[in-house]
Design a binder for this molecule. Structure first.
Ligand code: 25A
Ligand code: L14
Length: 335
């Protein structure tokens, strides 16, 4: 692969920073890096390969010489600027929800549907973090035994909500331990020592009583697996964890899979690590998944309430496989 000019829109955010680190860690051939952000970041520099690089203000003219543009600056920014980037000849890999369900835009997890990448028209969407880590585990089970229905509950880290949300968990925890008040600002309720069954923080609920995050898991899973017959229901919650989303997943299959069969299938699955030794108290944890690129699965067991279903616990770093790493893997596969 010849070296590419790479733009990162939202380079000063939590995901944007991970993108820079991931490009560096995976030795992506970057001819030149263009970090982009809003007016708020004017004058800031970001570290890349031992240098400090000036952040530029994102505009329609940012993309003339750009080969790849990784976007992670929220849905509104992607809707506004991804088309001009594509028009200027860059291929956009977009982290936001703006384009994911557009039939013209591939929604890609490289371990699951890499063939979709080639169908792009200038924009490729990176799925929702909770969906990515679930589908890398579902894919081999679906291929082997046809998944009929998935029931998932998530326990999502605050870093998914951006920098200000991380600060709120840290400062609120400290304040409460010191007997001070710390009214919620980023979250709709206190997040320290609590669990909030609402993601995202505002405008979350849709007409059917689900949240938009829950409906992303329902719709994106079908699109990535390329199978509308996979029924999905989800409850998504925010927990006081900084990094690493955890998920309790029940998977009903057409053909019964034993827990041993599922473990053997998952042990061979790309990007998946089976961590399943309950006797030794070994199972996936946010604290051990944070900073790693794989998705971890454990507590695999046959559902006692159903003749052909499995229960499992899936954990991954929401900023890496859930966002920055998946985006960089897509960029690698493009060329
Ligand atoms: O809009 P959404 O979709 O609801 O997204 C919500 C947030 O989730 C993060 C990201 O927050 C996003 O804003 N996010 C996006 N995709 C994600 C994903 N897949 C994701 N999180 C997890 N998984 P963030 O704070 O991590 O990063 C935001 C980045 O986007 C830049 N940006 C924002 N609006 C922009 C823009 N760039 C160009 N044009 C725009 N219109 C943003 O740059 C950042 O890089 P910035 O310059 O706006 O912010 C840089 C510094 O400013 C501080 N800051 C943050 N929020 C505020 C703020 N300062 C004042 N007021 C604020 N509200 C921070 O210190 C930041 O470093
Ligand atoms: O659609 O944890 O990718 O706040 C990613 C972050 C949804 C919200 C997405 C979070 C967003 C999510």
């Amino acid at each position: 692969m010849s070296a590419k000019v790479v733009a990162v829109a939202g380079a000063t955010g939590v995901v944007g920073r991970q993108m820079l680190e991931t490009l560096e860690a995976r030795d992506f051939p970057v001819a030149r890096l263009k970090p982009l952000a809003s007016e708020r970041s004017k004058g800031k520099k970001v570290p890349f390969k031992g240098e400090m690089i000036d952040v530029e203000v994102l505009s329609d003219d940012s993309f003339d010489d750009v080969d790849i543009a990784l976007f992670s600056a929220g849905g509104g920014t992607s809707k506004r600027f991804a088309p001009s980037a594509a028009k200027a000849g860059a291929v956009v890999v977009d982290n936001s929800s703006a384009w994911r369900m557009d039939p013209e835009v591939p929604l890609v997890v490289p371990e699951v549907n890499p063939e979709a990448i080639a169908k792009h028209n200038g924009i490729i969407a990176n799925p929702n973090c909770s969906t990515i880590q679930m589908v890398v585990v579902l894919k081999p089970l679906h291929d082997a035994a046809r998944i009929r229905r998935v029931v998932v509950s998530t326990y999502q880290a605050v870093s998914g909500a951006g920098i200000a949300a991380i600060t709120e968990l840290q400062e609120q925890t400290k304040a409460l331990l010191e007997g001070r008040e710390y009214p919620p600002k980023e979250f709709p309720h206190q997040i320290a020592f609590n669990i909030i069954p609402q993601i995202p923080q505002s405008d979350a609920f849709v007409d059917n009583g689900y949240t938009t995050e829950e409906m992303k898991m329902v719709n994106e899973t079908k699109k990535i697996l390329g199978d509308d017959n996979v029924a999905v229901t989800a409850t998504t919650t925010r927990v006081p964890v900084i990094t690493g989303h955890s998920e309790s997943v029940n998977v009903e299959t057409e053909r019964k899979l034993t827990a041993d069969e599922a473990r053997a299938l998952l042990a061979k699955a790309p990007g998946v690590v089976v961590e399943d030794d309950p006797a030794a108290q070994r199972y996936p944890l946010a604290t051990t998944a944070a900073g790693k690129g794989e998705t971890f699965v454990g507590r695999i067991r046959e559902d006692v309430s159903h003749p052909s279903a499995l229960d499992m616990w899936i954990v991954s770093d929401n900023l890496l496989k859930g966002a920055a790493l998946n985006a960089v893997q897509i960029a690698e596969k493009l060329f």
